[in-house]
Unconditional design. Sequence first.
Length: 359
Amino acid sequence: MSTLSPQVPTAKQHFHILDGLRGVAALSVVCFHFMEVVYSDYSKDFIGHGFLAVDFFFCLSGFVIAYAYDSRIGKMSLGSFIKARLIRLHPMVVMGSVLAIIGFIFDPIAPLGGVYGAGKTALIFLCGILMIPYPVVAERWFNLFNLNAPAWSLFWEYIANIIYALVLYRINRKWLIIPTLLAAVGICYMAKVSGNVMGGWSGGTFWDGGIRIAYSFLAGMLIFRYNIIIKNKLGFIGVAALLMLAFISPFSTWNWLTEPFIVIIYFPLIVALGAGAVLSPKLTNICIFSGDISYPLYMTHYTFIWMFANYNAKFKPTIAQLSYIIPISMLLLLGIAWLVMVAYDTPVRRYLNKKRASA
């Protein structure tokens, strides 16, 4: 077992501000996906760096996994750990794929089921359910997951969880610094070659996703293991505002410098500040709800982004029209995510956890 910091807190508190930040990042991703349909030139997009929310998710995940499992995974079997993570993550993978296949076949403007035929469509759906990358749909820019595009980050999340259970939890925190630094070099190299840190979602940028999660997940683990929790009075609003600055930062020819800085330095700082900030009791429920709905929102929204993209291409709405179409659509997506959460995700996970406990 790794040697953890003697200052690491032993009482399992809940970092509600980090939950709230997860919701802020999820909303930012949804807004970014709408806006990138409207502006293919990201320099014209006010939230042109919203895609970096994925790197924030990865960093947050490393912190949370280390916090939740470092002290007890040595007493768990690999199978028990994997079951616990599958119960937490996979119900929404299934629901995201189900919603997405419906959109794939029945999109009112540009259905693709007939284009790819029943056999290939079924294979695309099966790969989505099983989290197997299968980038074959040209109309969707050869996304790793043709139905539910954001699933690419979940694929790497699964890989990171497995590597954590097999190797990472055993590594002394001092030795863990070495692969973290190597991954940071990989981030810088990727940014220099590509001009940004946007890759990982398509077949052509597959390994970029591995580099992105390698650094951020390890950085999150190190924040926990070295107890880099910065006490502050910024509160949820203050830390959330700092997080949003990353997403609305200008998209420019300097991305190869600014994006590695955000990923390597700024996001770990935000996690450290979020873990150490004092939460106002009035905002506790908001943060809890924000954290709860973030994953269902992330995994259900993209079906409707595909539909919006087809609508935008066909009808070419004006900026004035989009100024109310997009906000209203985001509110509707929040409603759908809430419905999925209360009617499906929460009860399914509760049932599976009971079955697991009884077994």
